[in-house]
Design a protein around this ligand. Sequence first.
Ligand code: ITT
Length: 201
Amino acid sequence: MKHLVFATNNQHKLEEVQAMVGQTFELKSLKEIGCFAEIPETGITFEENASQKSRYIFEHFKVDCFSDDSGLEVDALGGEPGVYSAHYSGSRDTETNMQLVLDNLGANTNRKARFRCVISLILDGREYFFEGSAEGEITRERSGSSGFGYDPIFRPEGYQNTFSEMSQEEKNKISHRAKAMDKLVEFLTKRASSNPQPHSV
Ligand code: ITT
């Protein structure tokens, strides 16, 4: 089975992605390769940040790896919190960040938003990008208890429930991360079938 390092410190992301690709790939966490560093994330686009994370791991550990940079874009807030989703309020506290989105939106009737995810994969020293997005809207209040981050206030288009009211399995069928991961898996699967002895870490 192909081993790939997922360069994330977010345990929820790791669990989601492990559930998506568990049959096809064995994911290794940063801890498993002995990386406990605070990887710099100073870009102003999802692409730049995803690239920074995977390149950091490749440069320091010389392993095939991927990372995702993701976030919530709210139209009426000019695309905020965007790349600053993880610490929108100045802290990484999820409740405070969600409340700030709700407060900034107030009674605005334009509640259109999307989650975006960009994956940077480094394989045999070359970098590839995969993208996914999930359209939806910001609810008036939090609802649900599963998932992470802004899931309790995001209702995907065509659904009655927030991501937080869905099972992991349901969210993983339609999420931004699932769409980007599907592209990554398709890429790796095609590559493996055209190259019977793929390089592994
Ligand atoms: P790593 O950088 O270590 O992967 P992180 O949590 O800092 O972990 P990001 O920099 O990509 O990850 O920030 C993404 C933030 O966007 C994340 O912390 C959540 O607040 C939010 N987010 C991303 N995907 C989400 C999802 O599926 N559901 C809810 N919130 C999400």
